[in-house]
Every structure is written in C-alpha cells, then in structure tokens.
Design a protein around this ligand. Sequence first.
Ligand SMILES: Cc1cc2nc3c(=O)[nH]c(=O)nc-3n(C[C@H](O)[C@H](O)[C@H](O)COP(=O)(O)OP(=O)(O)OC[C@H]3O[C@@H](n4cnc5c(N)ncnc54)[C@H](O)[C@@H]3O)c2cc1C
Length: 332
Amino acid sequence: MAQGPYDCIIVGAGPAGLAAAIYAGRDRAGTLVLEKMYPGGQIANTDRIENYPGIARIAGPDLIEELRKQAESFGAQIKTSSEVTSLKKLDDGNIGVSCDDESFVGRVVILAPGSSYRHLGVPGEDEFRNAGAGVSYCGTCDAPFFKGKKVVAVGGGNTAVEETLHLAKFAAEVILVHRRQEFRAQKVLVEELMAKVNEKDSNLRLWLDGQVVAIQGKGKVQSAKIRNVKTQKEEDVSCDGVFIFIGMVPNTEFLKGFVELTEQGFIKADCAYLRTKVPGVFVAGDCRVGAAMQLATAVGDGVLAAMMMKQYLRNPSWWNEAVSDALQPGGW
Ligand SMILES: Cc1cc2nc3c(=O)[nH]c(=O)nc-3n(C[C@H](O)[C@H](O)[C@H](O)COP(=O)(O)OP(=O)(O)OC[C@H]3O[C@@H](n4cnc5c(N)ncnc54)[C@H](O)[C@@H]3O)c2cc1C
C-alpha cells in the first residue's frame, strides 16, 4: 500500500533536493525526501568550497549538515537508503513513486537526482580523487588550489576548453591532453584556446593525440602517464594535479520513459519554471538540461521548483501555459 499522499516528494538529497525541502517544508507542505544513500550528493566529496556566495570557505559535509538540519526543522522528512526506481502518473493526477520495497504518492514531485562526473577509469584516479590529493573534475571549483603549480587537463569539448583556460589563470603550467587533433569545442572557444597557447611564454600547451593512462604519486599526484594514441609510446609527465573534463553523466536512467530526456540523459524542462513534460513533476539541479553544474545554481533550482509547486497546486492548468506569458515575476 503506497504511503501518502504527500504534497511534495523530492528525489535526491543533494543541494538541490535539500534546498527544495527547506522551502517546501517552510511552506507547511507535507514533504518527503527520498535519498538512495545519505544526504549530501556530490558536494559531500569536497572539503573546500570557496564559491558559495556569502560563505568564504566551508567543507561540503558541514554545509550539507546545515541544509539537512534546516530542512528537517521545517518538517521535511528525509528517508535515506531509499533509491527511487520508477515513477508513474496516476489517474487522479498524483504521482506514484516506487523504491525497491516501498511506494509513495505525491501531489508534486521534484526530481533532483544530480549527475556524476564521467571518469577516465585509469589507475590512480580513485586514489587521488579529491582536489587536496590532486584529481579534480571542476576547474571553476578547484583551480585556485593549484596556484603556481603544474597541472594536466584532459578533454576536448566546450567545458574542457573553458575550464583549461580558467586553470591557466592560476597554474604556473597547464598541459591540455586531447586524444584527437581537432577539438569538439565551439570554434570561438578553440580560437581563444589557440590564442592563449600561442602567446609568448605561454603557460598553456597542448598534447594532441594523447591519452592519460595512469595517474601516479605517493599520497598526492606527482605525475601522469600519457600515451600517444598513434605510436602507443608512453611518457611520464610530472604534475601536481590532473583535471578531468570529459563530461557529466546524469543519474536519470530510472526516469527513461517517464520524463523526456536529452540524448545524454539530462531531463528536459522549461528553464524558467523547471516544469517537465509531466504535469506536477519539476526538475532541479545538475540533472536538468542547461544546468550550470554548481552548488549555488543547484540550490537556486531547488528553491525555484518549490516556489513553482505552489503555483501548480493552486492552478494545475498553469502547467500548460507558455513561459513567456504564464506568470509575472513574483506572481506565484
Ligand atoms: C569533488 C567535487 C567538488 C565540487 N566542488 C564544488 C564547489 O566548490 N563549488 C560548486 O559550486 N560546486 C562544486 N561541485 C559541484 C556541485 O557539487 C554540484 O553542482 C551540486 O552538488 C549539484 O547538486 P544536485 O543536488 O543537483 O545533485 P547531487 O549533488 O548530485 O545530488 C543528487 C542526490 O540524489 C541522489 N540520488 C540519485 N539518484 C537517486 C535515486 N534514484 N533515488 C534517490 N536518490 C537519488 C544522490 O545519491 C545524491 O545524493 C563539486 C562537485 C564535486 C564532485
């Protein structure tokens, strides 16, 4: 027998889900958060956050603990070890949410299952997988920790190029390793990259036809093994860090056939109000199309989805109104 109906079921207790829970709970909505592991999401893996507005520096687990306590103080119930495996729209308009051995009903669902950085899958990657030890997946987050150091970056798409240019503002030396001769990134970005590479005494150089096949060190990254994909010749390159920019994988496998997904698996939604194609189902955070993949924006999404929930509950037909003339700012 399904439990509920809850006013709001949130899938995922990362920053987006917890922010949504704070707002929904504070609005006195009966709120249930289902989390497959424990509250935290990706940010629980870092001990240094320096770009969350208003907080100069905080460890991920500390911030999450505050978010969790705040959500619970407003009445949100957080259920851990509860992986959502499927959802369905019910005849009465509510949404059925199933975990392995329990099921729930919500009037509204906010999907916030996040995404994961795509891994290279090479020896050493897991061992050094936090910025303190030298492997990072986020230049925007971690570049300042490598000021004056030598780093290797990996990738060839837009994010790789943008993040590498960002790294070059901090590191003494940056080597961008890409497995092809051409970059997939937009032309304008590639032009910017080449302009930087071609500067006199540039601190940025390219290593094309290259593949990082191992990350090595003792306690911290000390070198990367780079293989030439054409000659198979390998070389150890000394460095203090390896930045891996080869894409994100959204945690949306379980949503296939329920909401619309992009080819890469990101949840399609209107970016103004975060409505998916299924009435009553919102999306928030890193799993949505167009996400900025940052803590602050994930939190902002959670807030927005919880605010828009009120508009939907008040007037369900709002769901199908166009973004442009649906709602005046603040009109919820
Ligand atoms: C090492 C590291 C350092 C970072 N540093 C910074 C930084 O300094 N500044 C910054 O702005 N950003 C940083 N980021 C990015 C930031 O962590 C993310 O943008 C943010 O966590 C996204 O929040 P989210 O809630 O959308 O998703 P997530 O944080 O991914 O949380 C999603 C949650 O949903 C749960 N979940 C997934 N599937 C299911 C399911 N089927 N059922 C139930 N629960 C599910 C997951 O277990 C997880 O707890 C960093 C990321 C990493 C990995």
